[in-house]
Design a protein around this ligand. Structure first.
Ligand code: 13P
Ligand code: SF4
Length: 308
């Protein structure tokens, strides 16, 4: 089948089965183009909470599809790339959190949404890169906080809020490669460009970056909004490659410079037109979560969604 035939068939099956396709900005351009909703982790969770489709085809990695299944137990959530994982989600287990809670019974666990359902089940409140500051600021100041699993996002929040937190030592294998030196070098090369940086990046909490007037820390959706409304013509993009597709589509006359050519999430790229079609045709792979875990994992997500 040609790509055009695959896309036509996907559109047909979507209508027939009352399905919706949700995709993250890091997926391949052709997947972004067939999505009913394209967004960052926060936007995707909010969209799941309000869709009335019977089937959600989640074009992203496993923890994202799992989050959709936690929020929407009465819908069939399908993940086309069954083994698309995430280095952050894999860096921590429910057992780790259970042990921390035993040692810190009054402590609060804040989990980045890039975690498994089992980890969310031991979490007090979730956050995404778009709302992490608000979430941490909502926690009473006398509470001890464990922030998991992204050490860079956690360190950035500590710098911004002045709040001490215990940080888990996980990282995103893509953003961890984005260093201060890289950003400083690129900003010399493009002195008129705004620099849009994802807080998962290794450099996000370095004062040399935080003091750069042209540097902004954003979730992927934040970058998209900033670039669309800014009068600037050039932007250095310090996040995963896929985001550039949306940025360029919204602003065809602006220039987007990727910080480093290897900022590619191979897991997100596992989602293809072919496996998205197969997902719809065969209704595979259904994301399943034990009901007792799902109920517990829902609470920290709901607390997050109440805040923003
Ligand atoms: P956001 O979607 O919150 O920008 O996070 C990026 C990410 O790494 C998702 O896997
Ligand atoms: Fe995980 Fe990083 Fe890939 Fe996002 S970009 S899915 S955090 S490995």
């Amino acid at each position: 089948m040609t790509d055009k035939e695959i896309i036509d068939r996907i559109q047909y099956l979507k209508k027939e089965k009352n399905a919706v396709i949700l995709a993250h900005y890091y997926t391949r351009p052709e997947i972004q183009d067939i999505a009913d909703y394209l967004g960052d982790s926060l936007g995707l969770s909010q969209e799941v909470a309000k869709t009335d489709a019977d089937i959600i085809v989640f074009c992203g990695v496993h923890f994202m599809a799992e989050t959709a299944a936690i929020i929407s137990p009465n819908k069939k959530v399908l993940i086309p790339a069954r083994f698309a994982g995430c280095s952050l989600a894999e860096s921590i287990t429910g057992y780790d959190l259970r042990e921390w809670k035993k040692a810190n019974p009054a402590g609060v666990v804040v989990s980045y949404v890039n975690t498994t359902a089992e980890v969310k089940a031991w979490t007090d409140i979730c956050c995404t890169s778009a709302n992490a500051l608000q979430v941490v600021e909502s926690i009473p100041s006398d509470k001890k906080i464990l922030f998991v699993p992204d050490k860079n996002l956690g360190a950035w929040i500590m710098k911004k809020t002045g709040r001490e937190m215990e940080l888990w030592a996980g990282d995103c294998c893509v953003h961890e490669r984005i260093t201060t030196e890289m950003v400083l070098e690129k900003s010399k090369e493009y002195p008129d460009a705004d620099i849009l940086i994802h807080p998962e990046s290794n450099c996000s909490h370095d004062d040399r970056i935080l003091n750069l007037p042209q540097a902004y820390m954003y979730s992927t959706a934040g970058m998209v909004k900033h670039a669309a409304k800014s009068p600037k013509k050039q932007f250095i993009i310090a996040t995963e490659l896929g985001t550039i597709h949306k940025l360029q589509k919204d602003s065809p006359n602006k220039e987007f410079i990727l910080i480093y050519p290897q900022t590619i999430c191979g897991q997100m790229k596992k989602v293809t037109l072919q496996n998205t079609l197969e997902a719809l045709e065969k209704e595979q792979y259904v994301v399943e979560i034990a009901e007792d875990i799902r109920e517990k994992a829902l609470k920290p997500i709901e607390r997050m969604l109440e805040i923003c």
